[in-house]
Ligand binder design. Sequence first.
Ligand code: ADP
Ligand code: TRP
Length: 320
Amino acid sequence: MRILSGIQPSGALHIGNYFGMMRPAIALQAEGEALYFIADYHALTTVRDPETLRANSRRVALDFLACGLDPERATLFRHSDVPQVTELAWILSTVAPMGLLERAHSYKDKLARGMAPTVGLFNYPVLMAADILIYDSDVVPVGKDQKQHIEMTRDLAVKINETFGQVFKLPEPRINPQTQVVPGLDGQKMSKSYGNNIDIFGDEKEARKRVMSIVTDSTPIEAPKDPEGSTIVQLYSLFATKDELANMREQFKKGGTGYGDFKKELFEKLWEYFAPMRQRRQEILRDKSYIDNVLSKGAKRANEIADQVMERVRKAVGLR
Ligand code: ADP
Ligand code: TRP
């Protein structure tokens, strides 16, 4: 089984990224050949400063490694170290229906948030399909917001197979129902573009401040509170044991404890959860060449697979 996923280096990683994509991806590295990449070509659709893009790319590699990606088991590489993927994106774009891309939620959301409608933004799902298909991927661990992109990948693979014969495998999304949408401070999906994120490796004071700013209703301290749909309880459930979670739910219903106290409890759990990863991160930082070595080894393996698949594609469509 081949497992593939990507993450954009467009800012600091947050706990939505961790539970939605990174943790499931790290768990899957034991189950097959895993390939994970830093999607710098994709990030070009939003990041316009070269130094920022370079720094973010290294930081994503560092954070992913610190969270448990094991380079002995999984291949970690930079998207742009496999430039053949842009050739495949071109080939896929020649069969991609405009209507399919026009229906993409992520594109429509980005325009609704005021981003300029560039061709790159519009074509994003085609490049993402190429990312997945170029490695003959079977399984793609992602959060729920990426589901449509994977369905589009399958549509494009089917189009190519119908036109040119059996060229591509059809990949399956792997979405964990418990963590498919991690809520942010305002209860909406946590996202760096909504500014409602709690970062995995943020500064302690800032992380505490963010947790304390989770939006709640104005139920007074003494009154019973509803744990259903509470952002505090939802986030706490990611870090707490079953008993701890049951206990917090009880305290909610009982009344007599204010939201501030629940938030403090959530912060303590969250901070403790990532402690070993913060330590690992410091260790990685001490070895100056570690990240470069991991990425160059990763690029080599990713290129081996991509070259093979591209030869098959070029032959199938008549470029060889
Ligand atoms: P953002 O929305 O902050 O820009 P990305 O789009 O870069 O995040 O997401 C990277 C990965 O993390 C994707 O697989 C995505 O599905 C997952 N992810 C992002 N935010 C969440 C969330 N709030 N809940 C679950 N998964 C998420
Ligand atoms: N679009 C994904 C995101 O924004 C990142 C991504 C790019 C990806 N290519 C991919 C994820 C291929 C899985 C597979 O989060």
